[in-house]
Design a protein around this ligand. Sequence first.
Ligand code: NCD
Length: 310
Amino acid sequence: MEFRQRHLLGIEPLAPREITAVLDRAQDYAEAARRGQKHGDALEGLTQVNMFFEASTRTQASFEIAGKRLGADVMSMAMQTSSLSKGETLIDTATTINAMRPDLLVVRHPHSGAVNLLAEKVECAVLNAGDGRHEHPTQALLDALTIRRAKGRLHRLTVAICGDIAHSRVARSNLILLGKMENRVRLVGPPTLMPPGVAELGVEVTDDMEAGLQGADVVMMLRLQRERMDGAFIPSEREYYHRFGLDAEKLAHAAPDAIVMHPGPMNRGVEIDGTIADDLTRSVIREQVEMGVAVRMAAMDLLVAARREP
Ligand code: NCD
């Protein structure tokens, strides 16, 4: 068994061979789905509960579809209307859910560390679907699979991650993963949107798009995470677009065959020009969504299998 985790809480605890194991399994699921074979039985008879304490469209749908394709009974709880709003603590909610004996728990939460805490209180496998600005491991894995498919490898690539780095769990999980697989990561954005001490993580940091994109194989754009900002981090959206929005002129500094990525949701005309987002010769944004289902199938399959090992 290459994959030995009990939970998927972040990229941080994963060994490179475990990352590769998830991507290889996901690649098989993605190819099978393209051949019209969408269903498997890896989660047959198991119960998957999705608890999203924060809004989500693609991640929640993707986990739901992934579980159903592998035969699980999938239940998505509407956490905004749950007993949490009646004052129940996260731990009480976890204990309640645990008593229903789920096999997989998929959790998104606005607070960094909340999913790790929850994982300590339940017996089943927990998958982090994004916690605050901490980690979003399945997003980084689906990004990695998309890159590997487009570039034929997942090492010695130059990847520019651009925009609101400070508030982004997507950026954090991605830079950890890309670093583990020996790629060169550049973070590009205004100093107000860079987390403090980020240069110590072995990445290059710049507030100049032209320099940051120079020769990049992959250009990953991020949304301004306004819900996590307290105060003004940028002068105006117009000025932000002018300096940091991805348009044809800025993209021309990247490698001629550079791919453009975005985890979604996208704000056209703020961090990315709509024409580039829709240009299928450069943009792999739709493929990212497709790989999302395959990666979540693989992650749940491998977690369940690892727990069955003696
Ligand atoms: C991201 C998230 O929720 O962290 N979206 C996603 O999962 N596809 C990024 C974002 O919200 O901007």
